[in-house]
Ligand binder design. Structure first.
Ligand code: HEM
Length: 362
């Protein structure tokens, strides 16, 4: 189990890198068991020609930014039509690596699961768990392709339009990856690091530990929600507007926050609003986690829960600092990938903490 959850984590980070290096749309077909890698120069040229039919090749744009106290986004066309075959090969390998890694996760899970199942080694509860995990892994693969498809469709128009995948599908793909990862990590902890408990008969101490657990679960939920809102930021390239913190272009609430009609569409379609919400969610989550750490100092908790709370607090601070740095420096790949990996590390510490609090007395 532990090996599996590690693989899930790397897959998610690899996914982030694929997106950040703009490699995700380089392979324009999908086969369940794997695409054939071009072997000859001719096959590579055929593959490259296929890519040339799609909007990303036809109208790829790169963003450059003017350093200014005001946020200015300066967009100009990159000549993707000048992309060489070796450049294409690089983005193709990136996407191929991500897809094959995803398939490796499926195989590492499915093959042993099928063997254990056929030998009758699972009880009913484990059968349900294994079937659910298997279905989720499959769903994640399908979701990945459904997401890539949205970036290949001919729905991009106008000079400043950027071919990209749908932010809704990106958020679903990321959300599903995080759910899968959480389930695997939780199961691995069940087996490898079973939760401790507290030795006290005092009703008051038990009740305050249970309240602490409630807040810990709330913080975990907030990390998840913030991560999903982060996927919307990433999906809309909303990290490239208002690159200042804490104010957005010298305002606490930017002017164009409700620019779209109907108003509700701003929540998921307007880069300004999407970024604003991500900031609010991120800082609220950090405040809650810091309060949780303060609370842990005068509660009776299972022994490892103190370490887990401290790790959660430290990761939350690192994550927010990474997020702000990513924003202020116009989303360089290294920082953005670290921020994405950081969200998974923060979630991991949250899962560890809530797992440690699993066995509190009634
Ligand atoms: C608990 C706090 C936070 C969590 C869990 C979190 C999580 C995430 C996640 C999962 C993404 C998507 C990454 C991807 O798909 O590649 C993201 C994107 C982003 N976040 Fe956060 N975030 C947090 C706080 C913040 C804060 C406070 C800021 C800045 C004020 C910030 C700025 C950004 C930016 C600019 C992006 C877009 C990066 C890109 O385009 O790749 N984040 N965040």
């Amino acid at each position: 189990m532990s090996q599996k959850f590690c693989k899930c984590r790397y897959s998610s980070i690899l996914g982030g890198l694929t997106r950040l290096t703009e490699s995700g749309l380089s392979m324009v077909t999908w086969k369940l068991l794997g695409e054939k890698m071009p072997a000859t120069d001719e096959e590579w040229i055929t593959e490259f020609n296929k890519y040339k039919q799609y909007p990303e090749f036809k109208m790829q744009v790169t963003t450059h930014h003017l350093p200014s106290s005001m946020t200015i986004m300066f967009v100009f066309f990159r000549k993707n039509r000048e992309m060489t075959l070796s450049e294409f090969k690089w983005i193709w390998y990136m996407e191929y690596g991500h897809r094959m890694w995803g398939r490796a996760i499926g195989a590492v899970f499915l093959i042993p699961a099928a063997i254990f199942w056929s030998r009758g080694m699972f009880n009913r509860a484990l059968k349900i768990r294994v079937a659910a995990f298997g279905a989720l892994i499959g769903a994640q693969g399908l979701m990945g392709w459904y997401m890539v498809k949205s970036g290949l469709e001919d729905r991009f128009h106008g000079e400043s339009d950027v071919p990209r995948v749908s932010q809704y599908r990106l958020a679903t793909h990321l959300g599903l990856a995080f759910v899968l990862y959480t389930l695997f990590l939780w199961s691995a902890l069940d087996n490898l690091l079973p939760a401790g408990t507290i030795q006290t008969a005092s009703r008051q101490l038990i009740s305050s530990a249970r309240k602490f657990r409630m807040l810990a679960h709330t913080c975990k939920g907030m990390v998840f929600l913030t991560a999903i809102s982060g996927a919307f930021v990433a999906g809309l390239d909303a990290g490239l507007v208002y690159n200042s913190f804490p104010k957005m272009a010298d305002k606490w609430i930017p002017d164009d926050i409700l620019a779209l009609q109907p108003k509700s569409s701003n929540i998921t379609e307007n880069p300004t609003t999407v970024q604003f919400n991500h900031r609010i969610l991120g800082t609220t989550t950090l405040t809650l986690i810091s309060a949780l750490w303060l609370m842990s100092r005068n509660r009776i908790l299972p022994p490892r829960a103190y370490t887990a709370t401290a790790a959660f607090g430290i990761m939350a601070w690192i994550q927010v600092i990474l997020g702000i740095s990513t924003l202020l420096t116009y989303v360089p790949v290294s920082l953005a990938a670290s921020h994405q990996a950081g969200s998974l590390m923060t979630l991991s510490t949250a899962v560890w903490l809530t797992h440690e609090l699993k066995r509190l007395p009634k």
